[in-house]
Design a protein around this ligand. Structure first.
Ligand code: NAD
Ligand code: IPM
Ligand code: MN
Length: 364
C-alpha cells in the first residue's frame, strides 16, 4: 500500500502564510494571545497554514532601547510577510505617544495602507445600548481614509511656551488619496450587494478639503449608478448613527472623522471590545488590529474582551483568501455571545482566556 495523502487535504508549502505578530502594549498582548490560540485551532479545523513571527515592538522596547519601529522594518514586512496582526500601542509611561505614532501610523503610512476597513455589526440585540434595535438595524462598514487628512503630521509651533504661542495642525487632502478611498467604498458596496454609500465630511466649514471630497465623491459615484450616493455632514452623522443606524450600508470619511465615527460605531455594536479593523492596501501586506487601544486600566487583570482581536484575525484570514475559516470564527464568536460566554464588558463573567476558550471550543 502506498501511503498517499488525500490530495484535497494536502497543504502546499506555498499555501503557508507568514504573519508578523506585534502584540504591543497593555491589553493588546492579552487579546492577541487569544487571537493566536483561535488561529492555531483553525489550522486544525480548516485548510489553513500559518507561520507566526512575533515582534516585541511597543512601549517596553521604546523605553529600554529607544527603538520604536526598527530600521528596515517596513522593507522586512513587505518582503517577508503576507499580513501583520497587531494588538494596541499606547502606554502611560510614554505620554507623547511617540512609539505608537512611529509604529502604528508608521506602518499605515509607510506601507500605504490607505483603507481602514471597520465593520460595525450588532451580533446580538442585547449588546447595543440603543433601545429596541434588532441585529439587522446595525450592520454597516466604515471606509476610513488611513494615510493622510489630519494624520499627516504637518504643522508646527511659533513662540512655543510663551503667552503668544501659536500651534498649527494641518490637514492634507490629495486628489489621489481622496479618490482611492471613495472608489474602495463603492467597489466594496458593489461586490457585497450593499445599496448605499454615505460620505461624511464637514464641507460646510472646511471649504477646501471638503470641496475636494465633494467633487471626488460625485465623480466616482457616477460610475456606480446602481448604488445610492448619499452625503451627510459628520456632526449629523454622529446623531443619526444613534437615532437611525439602520440607514447605513457603507460609510466613507476622512482619517479623523473615520476614527471618531468608528468608536461610536463600536459603542452601538456593544463596545470597543468587539470592534475589528483592517488597514489594507489591496494586494499588499496589510495590517489587522482591533479598533480598541491598550486600555491601561484593564491591563494585567485578564479581563479584557478578546472578541475584537479574534474578529480581527477572522478579517485577516478572509484577506488571505481563507473565507471559510474566517466565517467559522465569526460563527463561533456569535454563538459564544448568544450563550453569554463573554467577558464583563458584555455582561458575562469570563476572563479573557475563558472567553477565548469558549470561542475556540465552538470552532468546528
Ligand atoms: P481604549 O480603547 O484603550 O479604551 C477606551 C475604553 O474602552 C476603556 O474604558 C476601556 O476599558 C474600554 N475597552 C477598550 N478595549 C476593551 C476590551 N478589549 N475589553 C473591554 N473593554 C475595553 O482607549 P483610550 O483609553 O482612549 O486609550 C488608551 C491608550 O491606547 C492610549 O495610549 C491611546 O493612544 C491608545 N490607543 C491605541 C490604539 C491602537 O493601537 N490601535 C487605539 C486606540 C487607542
Ligand atoms: C485607532 C487609534 C489610533 C488612531 C491612535 C492610537 C493613533 O485611535 O486606531 O483608531 O487615531 O488612528
Ligand atoms: Mn481610534
Amino acid at each position: 500500500m502506498t501511503n498517499r495523502a488525500d490530495p484535497i487535504k494536502l497543504k502546499m508549502p506555498s499555501d503557508k502564510k507568514r504573519i508578523a505578530v506585534i502584540p504591543g502594549d497593555g491589553i493588546g498582548r492579552e487579546v492577541i494571545a487569544e487571537a493566536l490560540r483561535v488561529l492555531e485551532r483553525v489550522e486544525t479545523t480548516h485548510e489553513v497554514a500559518l507561520e507566526m513571527v512575533e515582534f516585541d515592538w511597543g512601549a517596553d522596547k521604546f523605553l529600554t532601547e529607544g527603538v520604536s519601529l526598527p530600521a528596515g522594518a517596513l522593507e522586512m514586512l513587505t518582503s517577508e510577510f503576507d499580513a501583520i496582526l497587531a494588538g494596541a500601542f499606547g502606554d502611560p509611561r510614554v505620554p507623547s505617544n511617540q512609539h505608537a505614532e512611529d509604529i502604528l501610523l508608521g506602518m499605515r503610512r509607510g506601507l500605504d495602507l490607505y483603507i481602514n476597513l471597520r465593520p460595525v455589526r450588532l451580533l446580538h440585540a442585547r449588546l447595543t445600548p440603543l433601545r429596541d434595535r434588532k441585529t439587522e438595524d446595525i450592520n454597516f462598514v466604515v471606509f476610513r481614509e488611513n494615510t493622510e487628512g489630519a494624520y499627516c503630521g504637518a504643522g508646527g509651533f511659533l513662540k512655543k511656551g510663551t503667552a503668544d504661542e501659536v500651534a498649527t495642525q494641518e490637514e492634507l487632502n490629495t486628489r489621489r488619496g481622496v479618490e482611492r478611498i471613495i472608489v474602495a467604498a463603492f467597489e466594496y458596496a458593489r461586490a457585497n450587494g450593499r445599496k448605499r454609500v454615505t460620505m461624511a465630511d464637514k464641507s460646510n466649514v472646511q471649504r477646501f478639503g471638503g470641496d475636494l471630497w465633494q467633487r471626488a465623491f460625485k465623480e466616482v459615484a457616477a460610475d456606480y449608478s446602481e448604488i445610492e450616493a448619499n452625503h451627510q455632514y459628520v456632526d449629523a452623522m454622529a446623531m443619526f448613527m444613534v437615532l437611525d443606524p439602520a440607514q447605513y450600508d457603507v460609510i466613507v470619511s476622512n482619517n479623523l472623522f473615520g476614527d471618531i465615527l468608528t468608536d461610536l460605531g463600536a459603542a452601538i455594536q456593544g463596545g470597543l471590545g468587539l470592534a475589528a479593523s483592517g488597514n489594507i492596501h489591496p494586494g499588499r501586506v496589510s495590517l489587522f488590529e482591533p479598533v480598541h487601544g491598550s486600555a491601561p486600566a484593564l491591563a494585567g487583570q485578564g479581563i479584557a474582551n478578546p472578541v475584537g482581536a479574534i474578529l480581527t484575525s477572522a478579517m485577516m484570514l478572509e484577506y488571505l483568501g481563507h473565507k471559510q475559516a474566517s466565517e467559522a470564527i465569526q460563527k463561533a464568536v456569535s454563538e459564544a455571545i448568544s450563550h453569554n460566554e463573554t467577558t464583563h464588558d458584555l455582561g458575562g463573567s469570563l476572563s479573557t482566556e475563558q472567553a477565548g476558550a469558549a470561542i475556540r471550543d465552538r470552532l468546528v
